[in-house]
Design a protein around this ligand. Structure first.
Ligand SMILES: Cc1cc2nc3c(=O)[nH]c(=O)nc-3n(C[C@H](O)[C@H](O)[C@H](O)COP(=O)(O)OP(=O)(O)OC[C@H]3O[C@@H](n4cnc5c(N)ncnc54)[C@H](O)[C@@H]3O)c2cc1C
Ligand SMILES: NC(=O)c1ccc[n+]([C@@H]2O[C@H](COP(=O)([O-])OP(=O)(O)OC[C@H]3O[C@@H](n4cnc5c(N)ncnc54)[C@H](O)[C@@H]3O)[C@@H](O)[C@H]2O)c1
Length: 490
């Protein structure tokens, strides 16, 4: 849509193995760089694009004939002048087995819901966004949660913020707050949007990633009477899974099960067993691997000639230039599949998030449009719909454990030596169950902030980071709730 907006007469073809398109609606600017929005799913056939020149083909993309500029699919070849690869990523599932699942698209969630119906114990491996959401949402069955770290949510939070969330979650349990706003939202969304499968119609490819607040549409609480916190959550800190056995009557699995000192026979009947490096063994109904993603870069890698060098990051993402172009001319990439290494803003870093995929998509469209008119009379007339300003500050708004969470800049001191106390100051403010605020200053200038709960500080802190204002003289007073920090900078 961005490309068609800029060049309405050009033909745009979307090749997707999922018949569902995710669209962003109700975009609200929270601040200069932060947006909140709803994600809706619609069938391609129901979507009215802003241009009649946009055409969708549901097909399985196999590979790209770079030399002849043809995308090869099961529905034939599609030639292109410019190609943008936006094939996302797939879950990095640590073992392939029927009793081991990853979460990515609607199908994977429907499968999870089905499995939970009859489950008594599950194991969740991984300590990022998906695991946090699942642990909060799944009730009514025992959860063993294996995390490599000393605190929960390491992919997003440091120890203090994680403790705040965890303790606040426990406090919620104590309060047994039955007027949970979340569940009201859940009911409304359920009625309004329903569930459409965004899965791929091709078995070997997954559909598009679920994205923000996906869980508000699904209820994982089999037993409605269970309170808002899972009483049966057993966190195995600082552990990794070392052995996994399906209970498939094989020699290995029988040996493994018989070696365990299970107290009763029923313990020998779980569908799958996992052994952790602390020696603990858990039998469970199934295991969820919430262990990050692997970029779907394969379409560009398959059948390529040795001369066609594709630059890849260490996690196999397509490295893009400042114009979002891959190392192959006229082939661009955006979203989870790409790796942005050109950005020299100190307070931006890539995370595979919907918010970043959206910006990258728009920016890639603009870069392609610019390239397509380069050297022509239209060059000066092309509108700017996106600037590199959107890559200047890392900004993410989300929700964990029912709390609004805003992350700005190097909110965890990413890549910094925070032990250097002369250079870096960290101040925090915490009201348990309500809000947690952290700021990181480098030589007196704000470079990152984490806001949990309704703090109303996002706009002010964003400005302070972007304007490089020296705050040294305020010290910890910067977080004094009695002081309206905005007044200082009017
Ligand atoms: C459970 C979950 C929760 C999340 N929650 C959040 C959140 O709260 N906030 C946030 O910012 N981000 C969140 N994310 C991350 C976010 O969803 C992704 O970063 C974002 O969707 C990436 O967009 P994308 O367009 O690059 O990839 P995708 O959305 O995955 O889209 C890729 C598309 O390419 C298609 N495709 C792939 N291979 C082929 C092929 N060979 N042929 C044809 N089509 C193909 C797929 O079917 C899919 O439609 C979440 C992700 C998950 C899995
Ligand atoms: N609210 C949000 O913003 C949100 C919510 C869910 C998911 N997401 C995004 O969706 C994507 C997928 O989420 P995710 O939770 O799978 O990934 P993630 O990157 O958030 O977290 C991956 C976790 O798995 C752990 N891990 C990796 N390999 C492991 C292994 N072999 N054994 C044990 N642990 C291992 C990592 O230490 C990390 O804790 C990510 O890009 C994430 O940012 C975002």
């Amino acid at each position: 849509e961005s490309y068609s907006y800029l060049k309405p007469n050009d033909k745009v073809t979307i090749l997707s193995c999922s018949p569902i398109l995710k669209t962003v609606c109700n975009v609200q600017k929270i601040s200069k760089v932060l947006e909140s929005f709803d994600v809706f799913e619609s069938k391609f056939t129901d979507v009215e694009f802003n241009s009649p020149n946009i055409n969708v083909v549901v097909c399985d993309v196999d590979s790209v004939d770079v030399e002849n500029k043809i995308v090869k699919t099961d529905k034939g070849g599609f030639s292109f002048d410019y190609l943008s690869i936006c094939s996302g990523a797939k879950p990095n599932v640590i073992k392939s087995s029927n009793n081991f699942i990853g979460i990515r698209d609607t199908d994977s969630i429907l499968d999870l819901k089905d499995r939970l119906e009859n489950s008594k114990r599950i194991l969740i491996v991984g300590n990022g966004g998906i695991a946090l959401e699942l642990v909060h949402e799944i009730k009514g069955c025992e959860i063993v949660w294996s995390i490599k770290d000393k605190h929960i949510g390491n992919a997003f939070f440091d120890k203090d913020a994680s403790n705040f969330l965890f303790k606040s979650k426990q406090e919620q349990k104590e309060k047994q707050d039955s007027n949970d706003n979340d569940s009201e939202i859940m009911i409304k969304e359920n009625n309004n949007t329903g569930t459409i499968s965004n899965s791929s119609v091709y078995k070997n490819e997954s559909g598009s990633a679920l994205g923000p607040q996906w869980y508000s549409k699904y209820n994982f609480n089999q037993n409605q009477m269970v309170d808002s916190v899972n009483a049966n959550l057993n966190i195995e800190y600082e552990t990794i899974v070392t052995e996994i056995y399906d209970n498939d009557d094989s020699k290995e699995s029988n040996n493994f099960i018989n070696q365990q000192n299970f107290k009763n026979e029923s313990e020998k009947k779980w569908p799958i067993y996992a052994k952790l490096n602390n020696g603990n063994v858990y039998g469970c109904d199934f295991i969820i691997s919430a262990t990050g993603v692997i970029p779907n870069s394969n379409v560009l890698l398959k059948n390529r000639k040795p001369s066609e060098h594709v630059a890849l990051s260490k996690e196999n993402a397509l490295v893009v230039s400042e114009q979002m172009e891959t190392s192959i001319k006229d082939i661009y990439a955006a979203g989870d599949v790409c790796s942005v290494e050109w950005n020299d803003s100190k307070v931006w870093f890539q995370m595979r998030l919907w918010s970043q995929a959206r910006i990258m998509g728009r920016y890639a469209a603009q870069c392609i449009a610019k390239q397509s008119v380069k050297g022509t009379k239209d060059e000066d007339n092309l509108e700017e719909i996106c600037t590199s300003f959107e890559f200047e500050l890392f900004a993410h708004a989300t929700k964990f454990f029912g709390f609004k969470v805003i992350m700005l800049g190097l909110y965890n001191g990413q890549g910094l030596d925070l032990s250097n106390q002369e250079q870096y100051q960290i101040y925090t403010r915490e009201i348990l169950g309500e809000q947690y605020v952290k700021v990181i200053l480098e030589n007196g200038k704000l470079i990152g902030s984490l806001l949990i709960g309704n703090t109303d500080l996002e706009e002010t802190f964003e400005n302070l980071i972007l304007n490089h204002i020296d705050l040294s003289r305020y010290g910890p007073e910067i977080l004094n709730p009695e002081i309206d920090i905005e007044d200082y900078f009017d």
